[in-house]
Design a protein around this ligand. Structure first.
Ligand code: FPP
Length: 245
């Protein structure tokens, strides 16, 4: 099985999982956290270098207040209870998105966990929180524009590399594989710049029902795909031959 260096996941279907069981939506999110625990452990075990999870979008602020606060609470609990695992497995936590919009207590736990795991050399676990890709691209553009306005940067010096370095994901390789659960075939404003060449795997399985078996299925699917990055098959074969030497 080919293991992606960077796996990104749109965790979808918690609400529907709960609704079909006549449970409150938050029960679906609670079950979704169990899946997060399982998938993080399995990705770490398999040797994924970067795992990025879409945990809360900029648009999710529009959900009912009690659902938003329950999600924030679940996030804080998750970070506290998983801290020992992060220490043991040397997992490094990163966050992307407009963190300043999160409630202060959640921000504190996040910032603390990010700081305490900063020197870890294991898998990088990135949580996208209050995240929207268009917003991320705008913030990066504003930062670069400010540097141009200050006379520090010439517009011609802005290339793909510098732009990528100005995004929240700076220093991370682009995702090789994007998985979305729950049967929706949309990107929903997730990592728009970064997924230019990512393979996409969509599964009808709802996130709370997604487990190690489904992850392996998605990785097998990924392994079957041929990634050419716009080149011909011959060129790709020659390049991988060269890398092998
Ligand atoms: C999508 O399901 C899921 C979310 C909006 C939140 C994802 C959050 C978690 C899995 C729990 C907290 C996260 C971590 C990292 C501990 P939905 O509610 O949109 O489902 P629906 O489309 O069926 O309504």
């Amino acid at each position: 099985m080919h293991i992606p260096r960077h796996l990104a996941v749109i965790m979808d279907g918690n609400g529907r999982w709960a609704e079909t069981r006549c449970l409150p939506r938050i029960a679906g999110h609670r079950q979704g956290v169990r899946t997060v625990r399982e998938i993080v452990q399995e990705c770490q075990r398999l040797g994924v270098d970067y795992l990025t999870l879409y945990a809360f979008s900029s648009e999710n602020w529009g959900r009912p207040d009690d659902e938003v606060s329950a999600l924030m609470e679940l996030l804080s609990i998750y970070l506290r209870e998983q801290f020992d695992l992060m220490l043991e497995k040397r997992i490094r936590l990163r966050v992307i998105g407009e963190i300043e919009r999160l409630p202060l207590p959640v921000r504190r736990v996040l910032e603390e966990t990010v700081a305490k795991t900063d020197d870890h050399d294991g898998m990088v676990l990135t949580l996208a929180l209050s995240y929207g890709a268009r917003n991320e691209i705008l913030r990066a553009s504003r930062r670069l524009a400010a540097r141009v306005a200050a006379g520090e940067l010439s517009p011609d010096a802005i290339d793909e590399e510098l732009f990528a370095d100005s995004l929240d994901t700076n220093g991370m390789p682009d995702p090789d594989l994007l998985i979305r659960t729950s049967g929706e075939m949309r990107i929903s404003n997730f990592l728009l710049w970064q997924i230019a060449y990512a393979e996409m795997v969509f599964t009808p399985v709802l996130w709370p029902d997604f487990g190690v078996e489904e992850l392996h299925w998605a990785l097998t699917e990924f392994t079957r795909r041929e990634r050419r990055f716009g080149l011909t098959r011959d060129q790709v074969d020659r390049r991988s031959g060269e890398k092998g030497h």
